[in-house]
Design a protein. Structure first.
Length: 139
């Protein structure tokens, strides 16, 4: 199945602003199928572990605080070429630089509170999916 799955999270800012439904509608309309989904909340420790690869960078501590600040919705999505296709669909990390019509352009506030996460590789998608879901949750 490598190549057709990615992992996403509606980040706390977008969730608290009530954008989850609109964002999920856009995602489904773009042809991504929801394989697993849940509302959850990361502890600081879990957020720190999820973003382990960024540890030591200037934005790491604020990112971890932000991602553990409130509820999120995490999901595994399926589509051909899912990782690359979803990254293009959500737009650049900085909403100010994201293409018009992308989720980050529409719902992101700033570089940190950029509405949504998308895996950056098939390996990341598998790791991140495993962070939240068991294999039996995916169907
Ligand atoms: N981030 C931030 N400041 C930065 C770069 C990134 O706050 O200068 C946050 C932002 O929420 C981003 C996350 O850290 O989505 C992970 O960064 P990455 O470079 O992996 O961007 P992404 O893959 O999410 O586009
Ligand atoms: Mg990334």
């Amino acid at each position: 199945m490598t190549g057709n799955r990615t992992f996403t999270m509606v980040k706390p800012s977008a969730f608290s602003q009530g954008y989850t439904g609109q964002m999920l509608a856009m995602i489904e309309n773009a042809g991504f199928r929801i394989k697993a989904m849940k509302k959850t909340r990361l502890s600081e420790e879990q957020a720190g572990c999820f973003y382990e690869m960024h540890r030591g960078k200037p934005f790491y501590n604020d990112l971890v605080a932000f991602m553990s600040s409130g509820p999120i919705v995490s999901a595994v999505l399926e589509k051909e070429n899912a990782v690359e296709s979803f990254r293009t669909f959500i737009g650049a990390t900085d909403p100010a630089k994201a293409e018009p019509g992308t989720i980050r352009k529409l719902f992101g506030k700033n570089m940190r509170e950029n509405a949504i996460h998308g895996s950056d590789s098939d390996e990341s998608a598998m790791r991140e999916s495993g962070f939240f879901f068991a294999a039996t949750d995916l169907f």
